[in-house]
Write a protein that binds this ligand. Sequence first.
Ligand code: GLN
Length: 482
Amino acid sequence: MQELFSFTSIKEYHTYLNSHQDGCKIAVEHFLNCIESSKHLNAFLEVYTEEARQRAAELDNKRKSGAAIGKLHGVVIALKDVISYKGHHLSASSKILEDFTAIYNATAVDRLLEEDAIIIGRNNCDEFAMGSSNENSAFGPVRNAIDQSRVPGGSSGGSAVAIQAGLSMISLGSDTGGSVRQPADFCGVVGLKPTYGRISRYGLIAYASSFDQIGIFAHNVDDTALLLEILAGPDKYDSTASEQPVPVYTASLNNPDKKYRIAYFKQALENPALDKEIAGSIQDFIEKLRSEGHIIEAVDFDLLPFIVPTYYILTTAEASSNLSRFDGVKYGYRAALTKDDDLNSMYKKTRSQGFGKEVQRRILLGTFVLSAGYYDAYFTKAQQVRRMLCDQTKQILKSYDAIISPTVPTTAFKIGEKSDDPIEMFLADIYTVYANLVGIPGISIPLFKHSNGLPFGLQVMTSHFDELSLLALSKTMMQLKP
Ligand code: GLN
């Protein structure tokens, strides 16, 4: 019989391992069972059953031998299917890469393994991380564990559900415009997108390279901080990975007496698309923070209406370029050809059959905004707006420690509800894409429950590379959870 196991935090798990010689094996069996009984959620595209068992046995032996153990010793982790794990399939939930096997490890994966983590499987996501609902996967939608008729959010939906449904201790996702924070909000878990450049992108399949960051899903803020500490830092394989020193986040999380100066955007909380109850809960929470001695002020932010269009112009432009490598020549899917096909029709057929509808839409849109006649009208203009957003944000963060906002305007919607209306789907990204446009870190913390029974979060953002304040403030806020 499987020994009872439950997970609350990495710290408690490590205490448990001190008194359980076979603790890693027990943990792995526990998660394998949970994954098996949650198959209907479609959160995993692949489970590394035997490998995880073997690794657990090795780690248990390592402990028994008295050898020094890693900071993530025995921690069971799932990876979004856009993060390269050598020798394992890597498909970006796309037919075009269905049979592709990764030939090297992402730097993030190397760092996990160096600290003794156990990688348990590969999570379903929206194809090439494009989407907000996980309905764009070539391998079927992921279901929200709280209500299976609803989406878990996207694009890292499988990774969010892995935490929500207790299928792993930690999962890694990627966040280009909210793909970690938005599903974290819909699933009631913690989701962090670090500063652009904080974690190496080496081995992360590119969607929009000047926006992409690997992000962390966890059950609590402490575990998130530990993971960031391990994953962050320079990397000779990614010149955009920052050289800035990585603080010991875990040592500075408890600062309950610190009083913060926090801003929120008036236009964001008064946005007509924002669910009234979400707005009300955040207002109440703001009052609570004030009564604790924090200063919370409304600031004007008139660029709000430009955020979503700017994001979708720049990311589709970058995507059209990044995804040009999937051409049926070097690797991945190639369409069946006839003797009448030439090189051009080979490209056309391969890409039409290999990419799903949403990816095609974005490649077309991105190619359009970069085309000679429209480059200045769209691409250049959007870059100018991005610069203005950055400047205004820096200005605001000179006077405030943090900016708060809703993470998403609504709670998790029904599967199929928005599939026919891409614009409506895009507009729901209004609060999350901002942090990627300006490069600052953002986190969604699971503070609230709606009267419809679904969870929702609060988004907290701070200055570039100030994850320390971000995490400490998040921890303080979690202690005030309504
Ligand atoms: N929902 C956004 C989009 O579809 C964000 C995606 C992401 O962060 N990868 O582009």
